[in-house]
Design a protein around this ligand. Structure first.
Ligand SMILES: [Zn+2]
Length: 314
């Protein structure tokens, strides 16, 4: 039976191929829509999203934006809501990031759940009008609730309302660079704009491969990453460089849905605590395996200092 032999040979070949043989992939997630910025100008928010979305499309980068509906009234409500529409028009997805970007450690389970429900009043109907579901939830600060009863109550509510938690398995502290960057733009300080951008890209170029090494060390194979970024002018201005960086590191861009089909995302998240830690660290606890912390790099001290100074001056 020649055919049977071929079938068996083909099956053996398939079995020898690891589940994620195609290399690492990455899903881009942008938090704090309609914008995360120091500057209170609708034109700045509109322009930032315009060039960010244009860049994402130019590089065929699928993305999801996580919305804080509480930010609508920070600027012009109708224009802020229109930014969400532009994300959908550009082929991107939207998720819920709570109404007010508060911590479950502060609001406690019931208050936090109310804040999630309040955070979908505009986003859910907007998706429904396009025959789409609101499926994804991202915890602000990656704080998932404590003690365990609080975490479980929140998780159960999310599941009962059709949400899936969007974990974070790659990040580059972009929020830390973005405030000094906004400040430099406000002051028209071109040298400082260039310096911060270069510093951000240099740090990202170092930290992205660290997450790839950490993921490989943990799972012993290629994996699908979910990267946390924020809806900022810095990312809008850096999107060409970020796309090139993903290519250089052989990170193929995919949707969040696709990335989350990696079986790694079925690993239990055992962490219960006040800190917002990302998911490789949670999995390392569950799997009792170390991450390569010795080679982890913090963002540059001068950026940290600039961030602290700006925060102080406000
Ligand atoms: Zn956030």
């Amino acid at each position: 039976m020649k055919l049977r032999r071929y079938v068996l040979a083909a099956l053996a070949l398939l079995a020898s191929v690891p589940a994620q043989a195609a290399g690492d992939t990455v899903a881009l997630t942008f938090d704090d829509l309609p914008i995360m910025t120091l500057l209170h100008a609708q034109s700045y928010a509109d322009y930032t999203n315009k060039i960010l979305l244009r860049g994402l499309r130019r590089h065929h980068l699928p993305a999801i934006g996580f919305v804080n509906e509480g930010k609508f009234d920070d600027l012009e409500r109708a224009a802020q809501i229109d930014i969400l529409r532009q994300w959908l028009d550009a082929g991107m997805n939207l998720g819920n990031h709570t109404f007010s970007h508060e911590s479950p450690n502060k609001l406690l389970a019931d208050g936090y759940i109310r804040d999630i429900a309040r955070g979908e009043q505009v986003t859910r109907p907007m998706l429904a009008a396009r025959h789409r579901d609101l499926r994804w939830f991202r915890h602000p600060y990656l704080e998932t609730g404590m003690p365990l009863a609080t975490k479980l109550k929140i998780n159960n509510w999310l599941a009962a309302h059709g949400y899936r938690i969007a974990p974070v398995t790659m990040e580059n502290s972009d929020w830390l660079f973005s405030e000094p960057y906004d400040d430099a733009i406000a002051r028209h300080d071109k040298a400082r704009i260039r310096r911060i951008k270069a510093s951000y890209l240099a740090y990202t170029a170092k930290i992205v491969p660290w997450y790839q090494r950490a993921g490989h060390q943990l799972l012993g194979r290629d994996m699908s990453f979910v990267m946390l970024l924020h809806d900022t002018r810095l990312n809008a201005d850096c999107i060409d460089d970020l796309a090139a960086l993903f290519k250089k590191n052989r990170l193929r861009p995919v949707t969040l849905e696709k990335a989350m089909s990696d079986p790694a995302y079925r690993i239990v998240d055992p962490y219960v605590g006040a800190d917002g830690i990302e998911w490789l660290e949670r999995w390392s606890q569950q799997l009792h395996k170390e991450l390569p912390w010795d080679s982890f790099m913090d963002p540059p001290a001068e950026i940290d200092a600039e961030y602290t100074r700006i925060d102080h001056d406000r």
